[in-house]
Design a protein around this ligand. Structure first.
Ligand code: CO
Length: 137
């Protein structure tokens, strides 16, 4: 079977972890685990510190305000894993398959995420309680 070199396959792009403060957690990933820091943009009312784990990232998400998505998450559930982001070969086709399957989307239309790529979130009620973010490569 021929493999399309442009198709790379779904992979974990990053795991988003909600933290109380970046300063408390970044040294664990960067200095103790030795993960290189990656500069990321702020997104969704959160300051984001990225560290690389091979081709994947860990994104530490610190809320800028209590009424941001991360602020509400931490207030309700405490710090911890917030979402998993999968990079997919064709974001629009994948979202179309989600719609056909009747999955509830948070983002009907892709928008720009912290890595500067197009992303869209699915609703955790559609994915077994896990908040899933889809990203283009
Ligand atoms: Co994310």
């Amino acid at each position: 079977m021929m493999t399309d070199p442009l198709r790379r396959g779904t992979r974990i792009a990053h795991i988003g972890i909600a933290v109380d403060t970046l300063n408390a957690l970044l040294p664990f990933y960067r200095d103790i685990l030795g993960m290189p820091e990656v500069l990321l943009d702020d997104a969704d009312g959160a300051t984001i510190a990225g560290v690389a784990a091979g081709e994947s990232l860990v994104e530490l998400l610190e809320a800028k305000s209590q009424d941001s998505p991360i602020g509400r998450f931490v207030a309700k559930r405490g710090p911890g894993i917030h979402h998993v982001c999968f990079a997919v070969d064709d974001l629009d086709d994948t979202l179309a398959r989600c719609r056909i399957a009747g999955l509830r989307l948070i983002d009907d239309v892709p928008r720009i995420g912290a890595e500067g790529k197009r992303i869209a979130f699915l609703h955790p009620s559609a994915t077994g309680g896990v908040l899933v973010e889809l990203s283009e490569y």
